[in-house]
Design a protein around this ligand. Structure first.
Ligand code: C5P
Length: 214
């Protein structure tokens, strides 16, 4: 079974995807980490005249096994990730490995922005997880526990908005729900309730799939 989980930053999609994967016994890929790893390395070349070419080279040579998630959580890296993610050739360079991950035997859970629309339009179940921006900003600040470069609520709201606008406004693979995605608004849900709601959607899709096979 392939499960696609998309949505904006701090909507809860990453936690939902990782808990679904654990529950279903499937491997999980947080595709944002790929863009973050490229974005972090690209910051060195951000102002170079050939900065797009540099980003594409970094994406082509990305060593997925060497990615260290804890080193990629800074807000500045999120913005850099979103800048390189708007470059079609960077997305193209990262496409194959995401599709290969999704299509391993037994399936997988992937989370990102374009999993249900571009990476796996054939996914068995698609979730688009949202929450209002203030709730997302509060969650992100709580996660960082005052250690990040952004510590004020208004600044975090502005940072998330900037990223949402770039991600939803880009021409190639913009962040948007697939036509057949299930929308899950987690604004008023804690993580346990959000996971339960997501699991109910996935189990229902699994049951329907089994029915159509009978
Ligand atoms: O999910 P996360 O916030 O770590 O993603 C960082 C950035 O990577 C996003 O803001 C987005 O620009 C980009 N991204 C993307 N497509 C994906 C996953 C992430 O464009 N599938």
């Amino acid at each position: 079974m392939i499960v696609a989980v998309d949505g904006p930053a701090a909507s809860g999609k990453g936690t939902i995807a990782s808990r679904l994967a654990r529950h279903l016994g499937l491997p999980h890929l947080d595709t944002g980490l790929l863009y973050r790893a490229v974005g972090r390395a690209w910051l060195l070349y951000e102002d170079a005249p050939d900065s797009t070419r540099r980003a594409v080279e970094l994406a082509r040579h990305l060593d997925v096994d060497s990615i260290e998630p804890h080193a990629l959580s800074a807000a500045g890296i999120g913005q850099a990730a979103s800048q390189v993610a708007a470059m079609p050739a960077v997305r193209q360079a990262l496409l194959h490995l995401q599709r290969e991950f999704a299509h391993q035997p037994g399936g997988a859970v992937l989370d990102g922005r374009d999993i249900g629309t571009v990476i796996c339009p054939e996914a068995d179940v698609k979730l688009f997880v949202t929450a209002d921006v203030e709730t997302r900003a509060r969650r992100r600040l709580a996660q960082l526990g005052g250690t990040g470069e952004i510590t004020e609520l208004d600044d975090m709201i502005a940072d998330l908005r900037r990223r949402d606008e770039r991600d939803a406004g880009r021409a190639d693979a913009p962040m948007k729900p697939a036509d057949d995605a299930h929308l899950l608004d987690t604004t008023d849900l804690d993580i346990e309730a959000a996971f339960r709601a997501a699991l109910a959607i996935v189990e229902d899709a699994g049951a329907r799939k089994a029915d159509t096979r009978d």
